[in-house]
Design a binder for this molecule. Structure first.
Ligand SMILES: [Zn+2]
Length: 508
């Protein structure tokens, strides 16, 4: 036989596509020719594969070998095709029978010594194979647990090319995937740990219930980070589809925990304010890596020290926050990653950042205004809740006797409130109050009686609120009403909503 065909999977963004790796031997000077839109990282595969084959004790076919990756129109990146390429060449040279690989997908990078190395993105690759009706996959041992997450897939593992060759030639056994971790995941942080800060805790609960972006202002030590990192603990667990997306993104980024489980808790990402745009939105050569924005998909993106973030980085965030996707320019076309995040932004009210309780801020009012003004275009405009956290006094810390409400209790309230909102807006196709357009809230049947919005109109007239702020207060009022189990917000819910909007009010 001088022709062979082996199955593998390529990734485009977070979506896998089954790829046929063909090899054909022809008379001519010894060479390996790669066709089918491979990128430069794949050209390096030729040398890796040759060394791995020879160092596994196999005969390298000293003829002209054409390796073609189909479909040709799909751009192909990375090293996951190595194993399939090596096997296709050996089969086409008549060195190996192909029967054992009928309908089997091969994934894995080869080391020069013939070891099979783990690759990024095995979970979405195996999911794509399953989606294409394939039922068997052979993956690197280090990726095997991750591959077993996909239901209905028979997973076998290899640690070397030699082991796969022995299997194909003599039926020697492949490796079994290690069993998944049965122990429950370690408990994360809990809102019960946060003493005092009642307004902050309430703002967090409203943010979770309505899907509202949140900004926290306050001096260092006011507890902004403690609150932000507890938002995922009161959000609903991810459903199957969302869990698969989130786990797949971590797989592609190469940061998936090796416990062989789907990620069910909404993720939390806190990139440093000096992080590069690439670290935030993603990129890199070969198979693109998702950035913090995509790793926070279906979870929380926390931007601390937001006023210190360079303007160019803020600009890079703008489009993804609007569309829920990151589009990366690549040498061959573009790559897209999902990035639907709930944003929590934290900032000191001024550049001097006096520690909590210190009354020695010397910044002029104009300086304070300018410090936050840079946030207002790209980020602050999208944020419903703006809270200024007062520093905790020693008295508050020492006299707090009752433990604060736990995350589990609040999470249950959030689930109920979300169900009420989803039911109310089902005709419009919105699930969360934060998604409902302002005009809908200002029109019948959802317009509130004038008596209930008197405070709100007054704030607008006095210039304490912008027109956009007006709509955002209405959204918050609906969320507060959902949390209280009411049919619609009344005057007191509207007034609470105004409170949640008025933090650092110079940044309207
Ligand atoms: Zn200051």
């Amino acid at each position: 036989m001088s022709y062979a065909r082996v199955l593998s999977v390529g990734l485009l963004g977070v979506t896998g596509h089954v790829v046929e790796v063909e090899a054909d031997l022809s008379p001519g000077l010894p060479a390996v020719v790669l066709t089918g839109l491979p990128d430069t990282s794949l050209h390096e595969a030729r040398d890796r594969v040759r060394a791995a084959v020879v160092n596994s004790g196999q005969t390298w076919p000293n003829r002209r070998i054409t390796v073609n990756l189909l479909p040709a129109a799909l751009p192909k990146h990375g090293s996951a095709f190595d194993l399939a390429m090596a096997v296709a060449m050996l089969v086409s040279a008549g060195e190996l029978p192909s029967a054992a690989l009928e309908g089997v997908v091969l994934l894995g990078e080869l080391g020069l010594d013939g070891t099979v190395r783990p690759v990024r993105g095995v979970l979405p690759m195996v999911a794509a194979a399953a989606g294409a009706g394939l039922r068997r996959v052979i993956v690197p041992l280090a990726n095997a647990r991750e591959a077993t997450v996909v239901p209905g897939m028979a997973v076998a593992a290899v640690d070397s090319l030699r082991r796969l060759v022995d299997f194909m030639r003599d039926g020697a056994p492949l490796l079994e995937p290690p069993p998944s971790d049965e122990a429950p995941p370690p408990p994360g942080p809990d809102l019960a740990d946060v003493a005092g800060q009642e307004m902050g805790r309430y703002g967090l609960e409203v943010a979770a219930a309505g899907g509202h972006h949140l900004a926290l202002f306050g001096a260092p030590g006011a507890g902004k980070t403690m609150l932000a990192e507890r938002l995922p603990t009161i959000l609903p667990e991810l459903d199957d589809a969302a869990a698969l997306e989130v786990t797949a993104l971590q797989s592609i980024a190469g940061v998936l925990p090796l416990d062989g489980r789907l990620i069910r808790r909404p993720p939390f990402q806190a990139p440093h304010h000096t992080a590069s745009s690439a670290a935030l939105v993603g990129g890199g050569s070969g198979l693109a890596r998702p950035g913090a924005l995509s790793l926070a998909h279906r979870g929380v993106l926390f931007l601390d020290e937001a006023a210190e973030i360079p303007s160019a980085t803020l600009q890079a965030l703008r489009q993804p926050l609007e569309t829920g996707r990151v589009v990366l320019a690549r040498a061959r076309g573009t790559t897209e990653f999902p990035a639907r995040v709930q944003l929590v932004l934290a900032a000191n009210p001024c550049p001097c950042a006096s520690p909590a309780g210190d009354q020695h801020c010397t910044c002029a009012p104009a300086v304070r205004r300018r410090y936050l003004a840079k946030l207002s275009g790209p980020l602050l405009d999208r944020i419903d809740i703006r809270l200024t956290l007062a520093p905790l006094s020693a008295a508050q810390l020492t006299t707090a006797t009752e433990p604060a409400t736990s995350s589990a209790v609040i999470a249950a309230r959030v689930v109920q409130a979300r169900a009420a909102a989803a039911k109310r807006w089902s005709d419009g196709g919105w699930r969360l109050n934060a998604e409902v357009p302002g005009p809908v809230l200002r029109r019948a049947p959802w317009r509130l009686p004038p008596a209930d919005t008197a405070d709100l109109r007054e704030s607008l007239d006095k210039g304490l609120l912008s027109a956009r702020g007006f709509d955002r207060v209405l959204r918050l009022a609906w969320t507060i009403s959902d949390l209280d189990g009411l049919d619609r917000p009344g005057r007191s819910e509207v007034s609470e909503a105004i409170q949640l909007r008025m933090g650092e009010s110079n940044a309207r």
